[in-house]
Design a binder for this molecule. Sequence first.
Ligand code: FAD
Ligand code: DLZ
Ligand code: SF4
Length: 513
Amino acid sequence: MADKKIVRLILGDQLNINHSWFSKVDARVTYVMMEVRTETDYATHHVQKVLGFFASMQAFSGQLKEKGHQVLYFKLNDKNNLQSFQKNIIALVEKNTFKKFEYQLPDEYRVDQSLKELCKQLNIESSAIDSEHFLSTRDELGNLFEGKKQFLMETFYRHMRKKHNVLMDGSKPLNGQWNFDAENRKKLPANHKPTPPLLFNNDVTEIYNELRKTNVNTLGTIDSENFIWPITREQALKLLHYFTTEMLPFFGTFQDAMLPNEWSLYHSRLSFSLNIKLISPLEVINAAIRTWEENQSKIEYNQLEGFVRQIIGWREYMRGVYWKKMPEYARLNYLNNTANLPTWYWTGKTKMNCLKNSIQQSLDYAYAHHIQRLMVTGNFALLAGVHPDELDKWYLGIYIDALEWVEITNTRGMSQYADGGIVGTKPYVSSATYIDKMSSYCTGCFYNKAKKTGDKACPFNSLYWNFYDRNETLLSKNPRIGMMYNVWRRMEPKAKAELLEQAQFYLNHINEL
Ligand code: FAD
Ligand code: DLZ
Ligand code: SF4
């Protein structure tokens, strides 16, 4: 039908200007974007996250208009905004002569369900199209591991490398190995001054003021005149260029390193730009590969391979697990954890230097790197037996890049072992030894990293053994951790009792640590 009017919904994390939708201007099509309370309120988000989404959405809508597309944009305070995707679309269809509703496949199960429901309610035709962002389909991982209990990331990663011919030498991996992690993960010297991060000076004061008027509940802090995160494709590409030229040479080597008072080291900080689709995973890895090819004397191969693995390995893998396992995944609690999240997760006010730093920078910048999330905040919560629901709320709110498909799989799966070993082969827990190996947090901490019990003993040390002790039935048969149980069983009964007593004391006073 030549004059069929179409309304197309663009979600806040679908800001992909290279999507086929936008390849030509179509007078029949009206795009609609909306700032809505259902999205601002399903978690308590970091204020920088909400501003980042709104500022990027507004910039994207402007870009579409400049290209000649028709766009309807609902601001949060617009009088006619009914504050949900469903309600706004229903009202638009009722008031206009649209004959068809179209949307791109959302990344979150919750929104996927509600848009399917919406299509049933509308009395016009509707259809969904791929977001054209990811390198694998929603069900690709599920098909690859059909019938398997555990989904090995390494198997998926090799599948992706072969399928997309990335870092391959014919049918073999380039340089003879798939994975060069053994060469990575060095500690930074305590006085090391990292390359400064590339920050942007976006002024989001207007959006901030609007947000305050509506009483949207947020966490964290903001300098609204100097919003540092990229909000346009142009800025995201600048950040990508800065990463490949300045940070990539050190990426793998210092991937797990942590320094007090340094919130940004040699990571890309591209997760927000990637997750809202300002840039694509393919262009990110191609930029890194190109830079490596042109600078092989300066960038070792292990730095590049480690980075490519994060993008076409971990990122795509987590998405595959999500679509294979939702909605049950959101209810998994394999270790039956029940504790509340310590109150200082929301304030950073703890004497434990590793947690204080990791949480404080999260409140200040809505960012922490992977090892801070996994081996500091995640590790402690798992040792303390925090309920995964409590933790999901925290991770889903505090990080600028947090969207359920990638947050929940990392939190319940990789970090909390709540899926019983679908994502990870064993729980990621450690005592102070690991944190001290990878960081300089322990120097200058109120607690003593070397002490297991007694005054100022590092809480990680006793909680570590308490974790193994209380989960013995569920974990001791795991071949990857059997060794820890041998050590635990061989320990003197008195030493064991003291460790458990110390751990119980800390658990009883968890909010005062
Ligand atoms: P870099 O270290 O520079 O890595 C490059 C890119 O690889 C990232 O931008 C990201 O897109 C991808 N990547 C790396 N590791 C992972 C991973 N484990 N899973 C998926 N993608 C990965 N990532 C999110 O994007 N959103 C989240 O909500 C999120 N929640 C997490 C919660 C926990 C408990 C943990 C342990 C990890 C979480 N991650 C999440 C994964 C990872 O920590 C972040 O992607 C990364 O820290 C983002 O910083 P970066 O862009 O500097 O990453
Ligand atoms: C995260 C977020 C927030 C805070 N606000 C909005 C919004 O007001 N409008 C919108 O379209 N998207 C928002 N988002 C991103 C959505 O939560 C995301 O698009 C869906 O969860 C699908 O992944
Ligand atoms: Fe963290 Fe313990 Fe080290 Fe303090 S001593 S920084 S609490 S690991």
